[in-house]
Design a protein. Sequence first.
Length: 558
Amino acid sequence: MLLWPITHRGYLLGRDMVFTPQQPLGLPALGLSSAPPRAVPLDALVALAERGVDGAVVGRLALVLPVLAAGLGAAAMLRATPLAARLAAATAAVWNPFVVERLALGQWALLWCYAALPWLVLAITRGRGRAGWLGRAAALAAASITPTGGLVAAVVAVTVAAGTRRPRRDVLATAALTLALQLPWLVPALVSTASRTSDTAGVAAFAARAEHPGGVLLSLLDGGGIWDRAVVPGSRGGALPWIWLVLLAASAVYGTPRLIRVLGARLVVTLAALSVAGLSIAVLPSLPGGSALVRGLVDHVPGAGLLRDAQKWVLPLVFVEALIVGAAFARLAERLTDFSWRPVLLVAAVTVPLIVLPDAASTLRTSLEPVHYPGDWATVSRLIDGGRAEGGDVAVLPTGSYRTFAWAPGRSVLDPAPRLLPVATVVDDRLAVSGNLLAGEDLRATAVRRALRNGSGPAPGLARQGIGWVVLEHGTPGPEPGLAGLQPIYRGTDVSLYRVPGEIDSANVSNVRTSLVLGADLCAVLTLIGLGWWVVRERFPRRRARRSIGPEVDRALL
């Protein structure tokens, strides 16, 4: 029901979600560009997947798999409970404000972390032997396709392992495994040439928002509170969120004893502590003095920009709330011994989350409606690919990282050019949020903007930055700077292409950066392959062939 629009033909393009026919697999996909490595190793994984499967299929799998895994994982956590409890937990895990608002915002990759959490906890607490370690690695790898997901999964993995009386060597091994799988995004972030700090104005711009009169804290408690009001379901402003809050509070009181019986007191306390910690980080920018504290961290601590989008840190809380709802239904099912009540309880388990958020599917309709890329993009891509020998990267105009197109109606979208063009692309990474323009972190993009403002012509400045091509997107808001002196190559209805004349300076990535990043990726891949081989050897041990000496000796041996 949530993902029904993706059954239509086309490619998924909405807000931060960009899928193209075949995303290029180059150094930028590994985080080796002038831009900050935010989508690492996500871009590389998508590009690899699209080498064998069209991007339309990859996009649909990228959305369907985490949503299914989240529901099934919540049910698996409560596998010792009645069916009504598992249905309630699964439905609450899928149909909630957090999942809906993140899907509407196009941040599907964060849902892979959300979906991996129950399986990570199960692998640590119930996994046995080598298969349990492979389960940990798979869940950690799925969660770590983005830096935020990797951080959340790392904290959960180590905390759960330490909080469930695991041997010390088990906790240390979990920490080592976690670190190895964070290297594909951690090393690019450490060696990046982008600005080390983020614009502190983003703390207020991306702080959690109140979605109903209860304020920011209550909005976060029931999984809402996202900063972008355009993706908030309309029903969140009425009485239904209050009903859901009352149901969550009642479930916490009524269901927690049952949850402790199923999961154990130590695990429940650990999960509760993680939820409180995430909620505290989410609400901090909205508290008196909290915003100043976070701004100080963002301004002075490299990588602290991850704290800016506050609402995402309630991710563990939403997962725990689904378990609490399921546990409450489990206790209720045990009390209702009359068989005639069981169908009613099953229906209630599935429908209650839908009733309190009735417009979840309609909120996602626009963002998830597939689009068809204009033919100009394929033409421009072929021309650039054919001119690789001439050298140079691509600058995309007009300036701005988000676009609105007539062929993608009703939504703003992240510029698809870097995932459509075959060479490295420089896009203005400044963000316009609530009327405020946040400074970017890509120093090369800043130099390109400066060259475009040159009154005597942009060509010399672009050439010094290693820009050999300029792509101009039509039909999207934004000023078109003067392109005098550039050679027109193709003029299309939706996209035009220009060539920068003269000698183009090289903008190669240093060998040291490349070696470090490739080494980090190789380390993570070998870790997963090694664990897989370790499990295979346990399941299918090598059988030594016994050489036959003779029938009499064979009978004696037998």
